[in-house]
Design a protein around this ligand. Structure first.
Ligand code: COI
Length: 357
């Protein structure tokens, strides 16, 4: 793992906070940015110039390789406010670990734990007043890294920039979403980069998703690249079904599905709450059959941005199946309540998921 030559992170605070221009009780997702960001550079095999500074634009050379060849990865995390106003980070070490897995897959430098975690903790502490407290809101944290070689040609970059910024956010999906089972386009193939949080995965999903939107759906349910026979995940989250009272979710064995931190939290909590959870290949045919015979009573996505997002309808070929009303979704609603209690520090954190600042 790469070394950082000094662990000290320079801090330059803004002289004019923007917080008074923002209604933290009513923020859309991803459009409002807190006052500061962490920036560090990888040059000559070491991380240098780590600095927390006022949030602002970057200046980039036109040949910056990430812009041309897509060597770019990111993560998503959230911070909440505890009972005494202290920031609470949810499972940041899991996101840190996944970030470096993505980095390795994309031939990028890894980020040392000291830089990632100390930078994150200091940044969130400095901008703690930006953590919204209204129901369903949080401070979304976006670590990302991109290749900065100024070079036209295909090779792994030698230089990288690592940045963390934060945004106060409300719900990513303010309403339940409809999803369409996709049987032609592919998100990820075995041996590809589907398990990495690579920027290009999201770019490639835009066109098929646009077609789904034209057909009246909000998102896709991706299927496997080989046969389009098995459900994989949705565009922004992992997916769960409740069939005959049991939870069913695609397993993450084949490197085509993102190893979601929220997915893992949901599985852990569901089992503790006494639900049976099946992690295995999920056939499109069994989901469609369960929709037809009414044994599928709930479906939801699980992701950091989306949290637990109710699925209101599932499209399959020419059929659109409407799911039962949200108020009847005992499993997903119970899991969301439980997850929120833990993230907000309202109950004992028996898993060590919450990092208090
Ligand atoms: C997240 O859930 O944090 C993500 O990165 C998904 C993104 C599409 C907002």
């Amino acid at each position: 793992m790469a070394e950082i030559n000094t662990l000290s992170i320079k801090v330059t605070k803004t002289e004019s906070s923007k917080i008074h221009q923002v209604d933290l009780g009513n923020v859309p997702f991803g459009r409002v940015f807190a006052d500061h960001m962490l920036v560090a550079h990888y040059r000559n095999g070491e991380w240098i110039d780590a600095e927390i500074k006022p949030f602002g634009n970057l200046s980039l050379h036109p040949a910056t390789s990430a812009l041309h060849y897509g060597q770019s990865i990111f993560e998503g995390m959230k911070a909440y406010k505890g009972a005494n106003g202290e920031p609470l980070l949810f499972r940041p070490y899991d996101n840190f670990a996944r970030f470096n897995k993505s980095a390795e897959r994309m031939c990028m430098a890894t980020v040392p734990e000291e830089l990632f975690m100390d930078g994150l903790k200091q940044l969130v502490s400095i901008d703690r007043d930006w953590i919204p407290t209204s129901q369903g809101s949080s401070l979304y944290i976006r670590p990302f890294m991109f290749a900065t070689d100024e070079y036209v040609g295909i090779k792994p970059s030698d230089n990288f920039t690592f940045i963390i910024f934060t945004c106060p956010v409300g719900a990513y999906y303010p309403e339940p979403i409809s999803v369409k089972i996709e049987e032609y386009y592919t998100r990820a193939a075995e041996g590809g980069v589907g398990a990495a949080k690579a920027a290009g995965n999201y770019a490639a999903s835009l066109y098929p998703n646009k077609l789904a939107v034209e057909q009246g759906y909000r998102q896709l349910l991706w299927t496997d690249a080989k046969e389009h026979k098995y459900i994989e995940e949705s565009g922004t989250m992992n997916v769960f079904f409740v069939i005959n009272g049991k939870l069913l979710t695609p397993d993450i064995g084949r490197d085509t599905i993102l190893k979601g931190v929220t997915r893992n939290s949901v599985i852990t909590l569901a089992r503790e709450m006494g639900y049976e959870v099946d992690e295995r290949k999920v056939e499109v045919a069994e989901v469609v059959q369960a929709l037809e015979n009414g044994s599928l009573t709930e479906a939801f996505g699980a992701g950091t941005a989306a949290t637990i997002a109710h699925i209101s309808a599932i499209g399959y070929r020419d059929n659109r199946f409407e799911l039962p009303p949200i108020a009847e979704r005992k499993v997903a609603n119970g899991l969301l309540d439980r997850l929120n209690e833990i993230r907000l520090g309202m109950v004992e954190d028996t898993h060590g998921w919450v990092v208090r600042l």
